[in-house]
Design a protein around this ligand. Sequence first.
Ligand code: A8S
Length: 187
Amino acid sequence: MEREYIRMHHDRHQHQAQEEEEKKQCSSTLVKHIKAPAPLVWSLVRRFDEPQKYKPFVSRCTVQPQGQGDLAVGSLRQVNVKSGLPATTSTERLEQLDDHQRILGVTIVGGDHRLNNYSSLITVHPEVTEGRPGTMVIESFVVDVPDGNTVDETCYFVEALIRCNLSSLATVSERMAVQDCDNLINQ
Ligand code: A8S
């Protein structure tokens, strides 16, 4: 199933982005299994305006008001990251938000970091783990390799950041899932 989902959504994303640029790029796909139901996990992932709900490096996020609801394709967010990273801000654009298939696409369009032409896709899939509702999250990205860096260095850096984001997404979702159970008991 994992291979199939990656082929369906993520391979095309990576190839499309790669064809556009003849520059050196790197791309990769990461998978995380979470012990919480998919609707709960998706409720965190879909909040383009609140990445700090699970992303550990985000200190602040603001979205320019758009009028007809904030989560429209084309919305921009200004993200501030915590100190200690080789960056302080990132401007990011919502490219795709599909609540039915649970797909979120985001690109980075500005900021004071080294990740040029960064494009990412997250998909959220229900699965059953040990007889309980669980979730498989797949995140893929494409980015230019900065001058002076190798493909491997770039991949290693971005994969490390995404792994932190996905671990944190699991921790937060699993805590919320337990909280939901506690609320049922205490009713
Ligand atoms: C995400 C993914 C990434 C975020 C990167 C890769 C970033 O926010 C951080 C450090 C950087 O050097 C680049 O989904 C940038 O958040 C944590 C500021 C873009």
